[in-house]
Design a protein around this ligand. Sequence first.
Ligand code: TXA
Ligand code: MG
Length: 333
Amino acid sequence: MNTETFRVDPVNPDPAIIAQAAELLREGRLVAFPTETVYGLGANALDPVAVRSIFTAKGRPSSNPVIVHVAESSQVGNVAAEWPETAAQLAARFWPGPLTIVVPKKAGVPDEVTAGGPTVAVRCPNHPVAHALILAAGVPIAAPSANRSTELSPTRAEHVLKGLNGRIDLVLDGGPCTGGIESTVVDATGPVVRLLRPGLITAHMLEEVVGRVETGANHEAVVRSPGQMAKHYSPKTPVVLAADADAEHKRLRDAGFRVISVGTDLIWEYRSISDNPQEYAADLYALLHDLDNGNYDRIVIEMPPNTSEWAAVRDRLTRAATDVIMNDSRPDA
Ligand code: TXA
Ligand code: MG
């Protein structure tokens, strides 16, 4: 298969280009498109054959359900059997935006989307290209992140092509994604909202809207939301997450490895990254994609602070890492 790339203006996408992409989606083809979090790999969510081809292209296990994207809250009724009060409150506050809400699915949503389960994950992205594309397609769009399964998510069109060139029909290149990490996923099917995947919408922000939110993986949540499985979001180069990145860097370097570090104010060879959690998230995957091309044996990443505003970044770093070294020899730690 030949993968085409169309450039689109991320703010005012050309309606003629969007119409072509929407036509492909209606024909059951796969189109990667930018959202405010990461690039998604889209297919018509109501076409089981099209959704199955997402799994083939990504090498994704069919047990991992995908998110359905809608252009407006009013389209939720096409895929959800119920829209609980907590879901309505969260959507009113955070949509369009990086929040995915799990609710009971409507009959007619293919098992391919929900991994055979009774619930569907719905999100209304805040990106002009995604919005225009879903509207033009006229159907809800199933879209996981546009990467090969377990690899790093893409925040630029070139990252999509690195993993999926020749495996999908089209990439809409709308430039870099501003959010940088995948949406927050919550389960709104129970009496208390449960956080399934941390993201830029923090537990604290959710609690301001719906009161107490359950956090922390329980076994059931892990099974129901395989994005919580440990092996995920990894570059090919092994990542070592370390409280004392310089000490770890030196240890590995002395052992003969080619090492690059990521952090702020390190001593050994490193790439600096913002100490603001939103800016850090926006740059993280692009930096890791870049370092993955750099012929290193190890990427050492300095562990960010253990505070709620860093929870989503720490979650992704922990999943990317093959080793987590928490011993900290710094005198002020
Ligand atoms: O920001 C994002 O969420 C991006 C963009 C493209 O929207 N999408 C994304 O999709 O990250 P994906 O497939 O890489 O991650 C979807 C996550 C997975 O952890 C999956 O297990 C969970 O959502 N999920 C999907 N449907 C679910 C359901 N019915 N119940 C629980 N978890 C579900
Ligand atoms: Mg993904």
